[in-house]
Write a protein of this length. Structure first.
Length: 432
């Protein structure tokens, strides 16, 4: 398994180009299943999760073509998806086990083909993560659902019908799935307490470009008038706010200055506010962000994760790492997932001073120094927190199990090296 070796201490300065969003691209790819026409998606990041989703769609009978074009001076991947008629209606265990977001095929296939089998996703490193909201909403729309041999078997022989949902949790996944399903349902669907993450707005606008009728985008109430069929489209994946936020922290933690090209400051309002309150200077432009921490003394801040537009759980680990190099104590509270402090024991091996209380909150006290160590990546964002700690630690940090990072950070080492980090990927056991 590949490892990363980081030699800490370099101030990061320069420019980083932010990629397309993984969490936006995954449902957009599945939305292509809603039509028999070709759907072309631009600004798709080159990530292992995208590769896994493409393999799943190919298994369902989708024809996928890809090419690279230069956009804004950078090579950008374009994929086009054509599912004339699905050849399979099953998302098998091996695909879902590798990537939970495989559940995004549920809504589109049930809506279009009236049948789908999905290996039921289990828990993962960050929590139990059930999909009960997705399933009960589909049942309310007329689906018959049973769980057999580890699979969700959903069928709606007469098609789905619109329904009024009031979600008890503003779930990102359930909002996307029901939004997609509702586009081809008979009648009107209303989703109250819908998640408002920008990735959902991106999906809703793509569905509209395919002929769907949706109102209430970027609000907690989405209304969808079902249509008979959707058509093809060419559509752009929005830029990745979590990648941008992660590199903003890389600038702050190394007390450097990085311009994040293609970042969307509008989607990062809460993290930007926290960084400013800590003492980081931030200049916002419509499509870029300059994060300047040169010469700054940063002050610790309390953070509580929340649904969008609150502080994103996907930036919790990275900000926790930043608090380690800030003055005073900070309390970090995780409210979205029940087990999202797996980075803490690894950071403690590097000299961090953190007390976790009941998996729900962590008191982080700034330390004079972090020290390089062998650490293990546990999930995607936790892994980036270890990278951040490695960038400022004295000596050498080796991060094991970096396949987590490959799921969500495109060209990570290249981007960090481009702004001055001493970071290399070591293949297999080259280290020993
Ligand atoms: C999405 O996961 C993201 N994944 C996650 O990104 C992100 O952390 C999360 O939203 C929250 O922002 C993708 O977009 C592919 P949820 P999702 O449904 O959709 C509970 C990353 O690092 N819940 O909003 O699975 C659930 O257990 C990641 O890129 C139910 O109880 O998140 C959680 O506690 C990891 N029943 C909360 O709701 C359900 O049916 C929010 O989950 C659905 C969710």
């Amino acid at each position: 398994m590949d490892k990363l070796r980081i030699r800490g201490g370099n101030k990061l300065c320069g420019t980083i180009h932010i990629s397309g969003s993984k969490n936006a691209a995954l449902p957009l790819i599945c939305a292509s299943l809603l039509t028999q026409d070709r759907v072309t998606l631009t600004n798709i990041p080159e990530l292992s999760d995208i590769h896994s989703m493409n393999l799943l769609l190919e298994q369902l009978g989708t024809n996928i073509e890809s090419r690279t074009e230069v956009v804004d001076g950078k090579p950008s991947k374009i994929y086009s998806y054509l599912t004339t008629k699905p050849s399979s209606l099953q998302a098998p265990y091996d695909y879902v086990r590798k990537m939970r977001a495989s559940y995004y095929v549920l809504g589109p296939l049930l809506a279009r083909e009236h049948y789908v089998e999905l290996s039921l996703p289990g828990g993962c490193a960050i929590g139990s993560r059930p999909i009960d909201i997705h399933l009960s909403a589909l049942e309310k729309m007329g689906a018959q659902i049973e769980i057999r041999n580890g699979y969700v078997i959903a069928q709606a022989p007469k098609g789905l019908t619109g329904a009024h949902h009031i979600f008890n949790i503003a779930s990102v996944g359930a909002t996307c799935n029901i939004l997609m399903a509702a586009t081809l349902a008979q009648g009107t669907t209303i989703i109250e307490n819908a998640a408002m993450e920008p990735e959902i707005g991106n999906l809703a606008k793509m569905l509209i470009s395919m002929g769907a009728k949706i109102s209430g985008i970027d609000t907690p109430i989405l209304t969808i008038e079902g249509v008979k069929e959707l058509h093809g489209s060419i559509y752009k994946v929005i830029s990745d706010r979590i990648e941008a936020g992660s590199y903003a922290v890389a600038a702050a933690i190394t007390r450097g200055k990085i311009e994040l090209l293609n970042a969307l400051p509008n989607t990062l309002k809460t993290p930007i506010r926290i960084l400013r309150e800590m003492g980081v200077k931030i200049m916002e432009q419509e499509h870029s962000l300059i994060v300047d921490a040169e010469g700054c003394r940063l002050e610790g801040k309390d953070i509580m994760t929340d649904y969008y537009p609150g502080f994103p759980t996907d930036l919790q680990a990275q900000f926790l790492a930043l608090m380690l190099t800030s003055e005073g104590a900070s309390m970090i509270t995780e409210t979205i997932f029940e087990n999202r402090f797996m980075h803490v024991p690894e950071l403690m091996r590097m000299g961090a001073n953190i007390n976790v209380h009941k998996h729900a909150s962590a008191i982080v006290r700034g330390v004079k120094k972090l020290y390089g160590a062998q650490v293990m990546a546990t999930d995607l964002r936790a892994s980036f927190a270890l990278v951040l700690a490695g960038l400022v630690a004295e000596g050498e940090t080796i991060i094991n199990r970096i396949y987590h990072l490959d799921r969500g950070y495109e060209k990570l080492e290249e981007k960090l090296r481009g702004v001055g980090a001493d970071i290399i990927r070591i293949k297999n056991d080259d280290l020993e």
